[in-house]
Design a protein around this ligand. Structure first.
Ligand code: GLA
Length: 362
């Protein structure tokens, strides 16, 4: 048997850039999914969701991609793994990651399960292979997602932000800000299921824009080869223009935040988060009125240096960067105003950079 600790992820900056060969700056967080995985002799996939107190059982040899219910994360991972098993698999799992809150709870389950299967069946898969399988499993539910989440969940390092470059798939580690500064997630209470949002459409628009750019200049292969001038002169569609400008400028903002981490000029990070939010709201159009209000309300707090919508968007969390810890009174003030404005209950999590997936024999 194996015990797997599979963290969620937060992203400081670099949103919707992963599937556009861009830069991201995420980290694995302490809040996580725990899984215990073992073999059984009955040839069944037996799943127990501790937090829901629900048990389901499937024939492990007749699994097909599923798009509904929580057991799809395990079933789709098994389909992606495509193992020839003479035994069955038992899983008990639970955790403290908010679901549908933009911290990648579904990837934490999928990645943790794949890592556990790799461990107990000694498959010898590399992190990179498991990241790919997890992404295939998640694409089985209809999301044409990037691989930032899976990469951060596998590659997280305690105390470090990861600069992942999706052009050459290299990872660099940067020290997180010192302890006078903190990151929080504010969960807007607007649940999102990315499959039901316009996430796939955003990706398709970017691909279309890139095709047009490549047609007019064959040296353009990714947005990293594109200038703002190219966008103005070579793209006609205003929507494609807006989406492309976001990608180019977001990559630059990632570089600026990394510069600030390097030189410990942490005060520079807040305004960059705000710029990113404005761009995600106005150019990439993945924010909501409620989250726009939340970001604006947070600016009234002197300790909050900046915040922005995080993850796929259309609901979920904001990531909030502060100088000093937010007091209960300060948070309650934001929570109350947010409730009056939106009718939604805001929750808060303090987050820090933690180790990626860990497997322990039991
Ligand atoms: C979701 C996807 C990621 C990434 C973000 C947006 O979290 O799973 O791959 O595209 O949205 O940055």
């Amino acid at each position: 048997m194996v015990y797997v600790k599979s963290p969620g992820r937060a992203n400081i900056i670099g949103e919707h850039t992963d599937y556009n060969h861009g830069l991201v700056l995420p980290f694995a967080i302490e809040q996580r999914i725990d899984l215990i995985i073992g073999q059984n002799k009955s040839g069944a996939l037996r799943l127990f969701a501790k937090d829901l107190d629900e048990y389901v059982e499937w024939n492990a040899n007749q699994l097909k991609f599923m798009d509904k219910g929580w057991s799809r994360y395990f079933i789709n991972a098994m389909v992606a793994l495509n193992l020839d098993l003479s035994v069955g698999v038992d899983v008990v799992f639970g955790g403290n990651l908010p679901q549908g809150g933009g911290v990648s709870s579904s990837s934490a389950i999928t990645c943790g399960f794949i890592a556990g299967i790799n461990f107990i069946f000694k498959l010898g898969l590399s992190d990179e292979e498991m990241i790919k399988l997890a992404s295939q499993a998640e694409n089985g539910i209809g999301l044409d997602g990037g691989i930032m989440d899976q990469t951060s969940i596998f590659k997280g390092v305690k105390g470090k932000a990861l600069k992942i470059d999706f052009l050459d798939h290299t990872i660099e580690q940067y020290d997180m800000p010192t302890s006078e500064f903190s990151f929080y997630l504010l969960n807007s209470g607007q649940k999102h299921n990315l499959v039901e949002t316009e996430y796939n459409q955003r990706r398709a628009t970017c691909n279309k824009a890139l095709k047009s750019l490549n047609k007019s200049n064959s040296t353009i292969h990714t947005f990293r080869d594109v200038s703002l001038d190219d966008i103005q002169t070579k793209l006609i569609d205003p929507i494609e223009q807006k989406r492309s400008i976001h990608i180019i400028q977001e990559n630059e903002r990632v570089k600026h935040v990394i510069g600030a981490l390097r030189t410990k000029d942490y005060h520079k990070i807040g305004p960059l988060l705000l710029e990113s939010h404005t761009s995600l709201s106005k150019l990439y159009e993945v924010s909501t009125q409620e989250i726009d209000y939340l970001v604006q309300r947070c600016q009234e707090e002197s300790k909050i240096l900046g915040s922005r919508i995080m993850g796929g968007g259309f609901g979920g969390c904001t990531i909030c960067f502060t100088n000093g810890k937010l007091s209960k009174k300060e948070f309650n003030g934001i929570q109350k105003d947010y409730m009056i404005k939106t009718g939604l209950h805001l929750t808060i999590l303090e987050i820090s950079a933690c180790q990626g997936i860990q497997c322990f024999p039991v």
